[in-house]
Design a binder for this molecule. Structure first.
Ligand SMILES: [Zn+2]
Length: 361
């Protein structure tokens, strides 16, 4: 048995669960079921975050929150027209150019209804149309229904959530392509860490948290550690990588397969700096144990930014898994990056002892 045993299988199980932002219940249940055997207590909060507690062996050691988000990008039914075609909108930042021609699943209360995103026949598109991407408002889903009544009888109504129905596939060199790598990879990582520590507890108490609504503005993270006595938090997430033919190195620095990403900061509309104390703790661990990692500024935002603003401020940083084709149905990551992330976080927590401090001065 090696430390990574079952990690990828856990990831494959979690990507089968459909939970777009605001509709996370299936992932809340899956997270609870998967982590329950390894922790002392687990519960869902009114906001939807799931908090699992694993008491450490030394009550004076630091208390750490590991946070992965339960939600995924998706879509939502906007309306159903008289002929049974479905107009829809995005939940989160789905890449517009990836949508047409895809299989989607409409997550009705009676179960998923599969549909395809229709598009104009190539024979009649004008040259100008052929080179532009329609806006989401112009797109439509075909479920085969012949009328609104028939669609509604299938459970397809306004406000029903939708996800990609694209299959997960394995590529060469340990690469995996799947929808919702963001952030089922992170969920798999923290559940796996809980499993490892269930056999031999570290000194530190660890809270394993599944947060909600990350993709629509880090909303779950704003409350997820509010009631907890934590010394620091680590968001475990994915992030966009470069090194693909249509991405310039000046825009994306990180590379798939080169190790977990340890971010100094995040660049959204401005660069925001993460807790350098938490960042350094993770980075020194990776360096000391020669675990492949990459250090840089990631594009986008993660839950750590929001957790830093909880109460009087909780030191937080993000460690992540680089992935190509971010927010598409074929997000590609390397299994080695996931394993290396798990290694870094596991060893970093194992080595925490009462003297550790996140004080800035
Ligand atoms: Zn994410």
């Amino acid at each position: 048995m090696s430390e990574k045993d079952g990690l990828l299988e856990l990831f494959y199980r979690l990507v089968e669960v459909q939970a777009p932002s605001g509709f996370e219940e299936p992932m809340m249940k899956a997270f609870i079921n998967e982590i329950k055997p390894f922790v002392d207590e687990v519960h869902g909060t009114p906001r939807g975050n799931v908090i699992a507690t694993q008491n450490g062996s030394d009550s004076k050691a630091p208390k750490v929150a590991l946070v992965a988000h339960l939600d995924q990008i998706g879509f939502i039914v906007f309306n159903v027209d008289a002929l049974g075609f479905i107009r829809f909108r995005k939940i989160g930042g789905s890449v517009t150019r990836a949508i047409q021609g895809q299989h989607l699943q409409i997550l009705t209360e009676e179960g998923p209804v599969v549909g395809v995103v229709g598009l104009k026949p190539g024979h009649i598109t004008t040259p100008a149309e052929a080179n532009t991407i329609p806006q989401i408002e112009e797109m439509y889903i075909d479920i085969g229904a012949l009328s609104r009544d028939e669609a509604e009888a299938m459970g397809v109504r306004n406000g029903v959530p939708i996800t990609y129905a694209t299959s997960t596939v394995n590529l060469a060199n340990g690469l995996v392509a799947s929808p919702s790598v963001d952030d089922r990879a992170g969920c798999a990582a923290i559940i796996h860490i809980a499993k490892t520590f269930s056999k031999r507890r570290p000194k530190a108490t660890v809270y394993y948290i599944g947060s909600v609504e990350e993709e629509i503005g880090l909303r779950g993270a704003a409350t997820c550690i509010y009631d907890l006595d934590v010394d620091m938090a680590v968001a475990v997430d994915t992030f966009p990588a470069g090194y693909q033919p249509d991405v310039n190195m000046r825009d994306l620095y990180y590379e798939v397969g080169k190790g977990a990403g340890l971010h100094v900061g995040e660049q959204g509309d401005r660069v925001r700096i993460q807790s350098q104390q938490v960042h350094r703790w993770l980075r020194k661990t990776a360096e000391a144990h020669n675990i492949p990692h990459q250090v840089g500024i990631m594009r986008g935002g993660t839950d750590s930014m929001e957790m830093m603003q909880t109460r009087s401020g909780v030191p937080a940083a993000t460690i992540g898994i680089p992935r190509r084709y971010s927010h598409s149905p074929v997000e590609v990551f390397a299994d080695s990056d996931l394993e290396n992330l798990v290694k870094i976080v596991t060893i970093a927590i194992k080595e925490l002892s009462p003297g550790f401090t996140t004080k800035r001065v």
